[in-house]
Design a protein around this ligand. Structure first.
Ligand code: EPU
Length: 417
């Protein structure tokens, strides 16, 4: 297994370009099931989760060809309506094929994803929504079996804000008969990106990005060409990399409006942030201030930035309280950050981080995607050498992170083992 070796203490400087969004690409790939023919999806990041999605679609019968960041998905030949445990267990988002397969073939059989490192992550709201659209659903031998001759529009009110649930039902409702209204829908920018793709395919979706989404079902969708939005979490991670190393970095191709909550918090902490035409300059202050954060659904502070922000607060002046309100077990990076000499205590869903003068490099282990990013950030700020093992988590969601950081002057290397 590969590991990353970082010699900390370098101030990052220069320019870095943000890749396409992982969490937008995944549902967009899945949406091609609804549009038989040749779909061309651009600005796709090279990531393990993208490969897994490609494998899922290929297992259904799609023909897929990649050329740089352009992926051509010919979904005309999809004939299989079953996604197996092997594929769904490696990536939970694979479960999103259920609704589109059901919409296209009248039936689908998809493995139930198990729990995951950051929480139980049930899909009850996805299934309840599909039932409201008229699907008959049975759980048998670890699989969800769904049937419906044609889905019918319905009013669905989500108990809690769910990104995947909103995406799933938006796709399923796109070709249902009649109108569907999704209330208390999630508002993440990736949902708006998916709605844009579906509308280009011929769907009638209004209100994506707000908490009420209206979908007028159409009979069929056609293939599209589309370029995926930039990855806001990758962008946020580089912003913190600049701040934690005392650096001065220009981030190219990001959409700062997707990261308002993070930008306000970084500014409160003293970080200087200016933006012009999708170029954001992040300049670290002489002294970082401690700031409290609470993760919330968009437009609140993203849970996917919590671990990285915690790494930053480890070297800020004062004490910071960080509350995680989306996932029940998303503090696994804490015990690894302690290995750097950080001062963190947790109680329930809240962590108190007291800033220390200096972190000291250590061997640590990645536990999930965003936790891995927090360990890199700590390693960049720490003195001496940090070795991060189990970095396959990182390869799920950050395109060439070590090359991009090295381009900014970090001393970071991937060691193949
Ligand atoms: N939930 C339910 N029932 C459901 C669905 C969700 O109880 O049927 C709960 C979850 O357990 C969680 C909360 O609702 O406590 C929110 O989960 P959500 O459905 O919004 O998350 P998701 O769609 O599974 C996506 C991202 C995650 C990101 C979350 C929150 C993708 C592929 N994944 O997950 O990204 O953390 O939204 O913003 O889009 C990551 O990239 O590292 C990552 C984990």
């Amino acid at each position: 297994m590969d590991k990353l070796v970082i010699k900390g203490g370098k101030k990052l400087a220069g320019e870095v370009r943000i890749s396409g969004s992982k969490n937008a690409s995944l549902p967009i790939f899945v949406a091609t099931i609804l549009a038989p023919g040749l779909n061309r999806i651009g600005n796709v990041p090279f990531l393990r989760d993208i490969n897994t999605t490609i494998k899922v679609l290929e297992s259904l019968g799609a023909i897929i060809e990649g050329n740089g960041n352009l992926v051509k998905i010919d979904s005309a030949g999809i004939h299989n309506h079953e996604a197996t445990y092997d594929l769904v267990k490696t990536m939970r988002a694979s479960v999103l094929v259920l609704g589109p397969l059901l919409a296209r073939f009248g039936k689908a059989r998809v493995s139930l994803p198990g729990g995951c490192a950051i929480g139980a992550r049930p899909i009850n709201l996805h299934l309840k929504g599909l039932q409201a659209l008229g699907a008959e659903i049975n759980l048998e031998h670890g699989y969800v079996e769904a049937e419906a001759k044609r889905l019918k529009g319905a009013r669905i009110n989500f108990d809690i804000s769910t990104v995947g649930g909103t995406e799933h039902l938006m796709m399923a409702a796109a070709t249902a008969k009649g109108e569907t209204v999704l209330e208390n829908a999630a508002r993440e920018p990736e949902i708006d990106d998916l709605a844009q793709v579906l509308n280009l395919m011929g769907a009638h979706i209004e209100g994506a990005g707000t908490d009420t989404i209206r979908i007028q079902g159409v009979n069929e969708l056609s293939p599209v060409s589309y370029s995926v939005m930039p990855d806001r979490i990758e962008a946020g991670t580089f912003m913190i990399a600049a701040a934690i190393t005392g650096g001065d970095v220009k981030i190219l191709g990001m959409k700062p409006e997707h990261l308002d909550a993070l930008i306000f918090k970084l500014q409160d902490a003293g970080v200087e942030i200016t933006s012009r035409d999708n170029v954001v300059r992040v300049k670290a202050p002489r002294k970082l201030r401690s700031i409290n954060i609470k993760t919330r659904p968009y437009p609140g502070f993203p849970t996917d930035m919590q671990a990285q922000f915690m790494a930053l607060m480890c070297v800020a002046d004062g004490a910071s309280v960080i509350s995680e309100n989306i996932f029940e077990n998303r503090f696994m990076h804490v015990s690894e950050l302690l290995r750097f000499g950080a001062d963190i205590t947790t109680e329930g869903n809240s962590a108190t981080v007291k800033g220390v003068k200096k972190l000291s490099g250590a061997p640590v282990m990645a536990t999930d995607l965003r936790a891995s990013a927090s360990l890199i950030l700590a390693g960049l700020a720490a003195d001496n050498i940090t070795e991060i093992s189990r970095i396959y988590h990182l390869d799920r969601g950050y395109e060439s992170i070590e090359k991009k950081l090295a381009g900014l002057g970090a001393d970071i290397q991937r060691i193949k083992e």
